[in-house]
Design a protein around this ligand. Structure first.
Ligand SMILES: CC(C)(COP(=O)(O)OP(=O)(O)OC[C@H]1O[C@@H](n2cnc3c(N)ncnc32)[C@H](O)[C@@H]1OP(=O)(O)O)[C@@H](O)C(=O)NCCC(=O)NCCS
Length: 405
């Protein structure tokens, strides 16, 4: 079966295969083709064709991702589908090979994705690189002290939000590994244009910002979901995104969102795992928290990817990177860190440790410790080399992928 990049004329057929496979209704999203054209390069949208029909799809976004101390380009794999009539015949495997060729051609060292199903991508060298927290609480059952929340809060309309939010986001982004750069088109199509069919009974988006003096320092985007239970208001504030440049602004936003009359419940499906909430509420047990995998990374070109981040300590390591199931010796690399900057090159010397490629993805942004991965055999090496890896790869803030793609 032929797999190739689609042409302009094939956008509709590509999207139809995608929508049908994910169980959607093509009529429900009239802006879909326009959004696709604005955000996705047709040259990196691949489809498998059989007798002129699109059977399988895979596309990629061009992303700039924050990594500890810097940023790296990433091919963001998305829209992966194989029609049910053609499953388990190796089409996904072929699509991933085509995607990785494309990533390499474009000089990206990393491929990343959000998985619809967590069982699929480990075998292709992707590891969980950022987790998220599904968070909910009843604001009536806890308090957030005034002292923690120091800024003013202002509700703004959408036109003001389009001018204000990108600046706050860009200020917060360099400090938080995993966050992605957003183009103007991305803001418009992914963050501002509302899709009524996805609201599920909730209001249009509301926007609040925090200010210190004149300077905006944080924002929350949320929806109101009204509800009355036995005549008692039990509505929910459904958070879509909360971004703050520092801790007091984050606390201010949490305090505001936890005290909106008629909407005592607060929920966010994708909070950072180290949000400030547990440290500022009067009763942490009132917070319902569930961790999920979020961003998955494949560190495809190790020698290029490792120098793209900075390191928490200096040191040197030789690591063999294993692709399970690939015959022959695993390629080895030497990472040398001086003044926090890394240099990395292939080496023939005996490695200090061996790590499987997916585990390297899990380590890259600092989401997990090397000791943790070593305990269950994902890294094998001496205690000293594992400890060195931990000192080097640590990140102050947990990685967070602010949105699904
Ligand atoms: C997931 C999907 C893309 C797989 O496509 P496919 O062409 O059937 O996959 P392949 O035949 O190439 O399988 C490759 C490998 O992945 C495994 N695999 C495929 N889908 C899997 C799943 N859902 N769960 C676990 N393993 C899976 C296969 O068993 C095979 O393993 P092996 O090579 O180790 O034996 C397809 O089932 C699909 O379109 N699902 C619905 C949409 C979706 O979930 N897309 C993913 C978006 S992130």
């Amino acid at each position: 079966m032929e797999i190739r990049a689609i042409t302009e004329d094939e956008v509709k057929a590509f999207r139809l295969a995608l929508i049908e496979t994910f169980g959607g209704d093509p009529e429900a999203d009239p802006q879909g083709d326009e959004r696709f054209r604005a955000l996705v390069d047709r040259g990196r949208s691949f489809a498998a064709f059989e007798r002129g029909q699109v059977i399988a799809t895979a596309a990629a976004y061009d992303f700039e991702m924050t990594v500890p101390g810097g940023s790296a380009r990433m091919g963001g794999l998305t829209m992966v589908t194989v029609r049910p009539t053609h499953r388990r015949q190796g089409l996904l495997r072929r699509l991933i090979a085509v995607h990785l060729d494309d990533v390499r051609r474009r000089g990206e060292a990393i491929s990343g994705l959000w998985a619809s199903d967590a069982a699929i991508y480990g075998r292709f060298g992707y590891g969980i690189a950022a987790e998220s927290e599904e968070l909910s609480f009843d604001g009536r059952a806890l308090a957030i002290a005034d002292a923690a929340a120091t800024d003013g809060v202002e509700q703004i309309d959408e036109a003001t939000a389009t001018e204000t939010l990108p600046g706050i986001y860009d200020q917060a982004r360099p400090g938080r590994p995993g966050m992605l750069g957003r183009s103007a088109a991305w803001w418009l199509h992914r963050r501002f244009r509302d899709r009524a069919e996805l609201r599920n009974g909730a209001s249009p988006r509301r926007y609040v910002v925090t200010r210190r003096g004149e300077r905006p320092t944080g924002y929350a985007v949320f929806r109101h979901k009204p509800c009355w239970t036995h005549h008692i208001p039990t509505g929910t504030v459904e958070i879509e995104e909360l971004v703050a440049v520092d801790a007091p602004s984050e606390a201010t936003l949490w305090r505001h969102l936890s005290r909106i009359d008629l909407f005592p419940n607060v929920s966010w499906w994708n909070a950072p795992v180290d949000s400030g909430l547990p440290w500022i509420v009067s009763d942490t047990r009132q917070l319902h928290r569930r961790r999920n995998d979020a961003l998955w990374l494949r560190i495809d070109d190790v020698a290029a990817a490792l120098p793209q981040r900075r390191y928490a300590a200096d040191g040197a390591l030789r690591l063999a990177v294993i692709d399970p199931g690939t015959p022959g010796p695993a390629p080895a690399f030497e990472l040398q860190v001086e003044g926090g900057a890394g240099r990395c090159a292939p080496t023939d010397s005996v490695p200090d440790l061996a790590i499987d490629r997916a585990a390297l993805g899990s380590l890259y942004l600092g989401a997990f410790s090397a000791a943790q991965l070593a305990r269950f055999g994902r890294i094998r090496g001496t205690a000293i080399s594992i400890a060195t890896m931990d000192r080097l790869f640590r990140s102050d803030l947990a990685p967070w992928s602010a949105e699904i793609f």
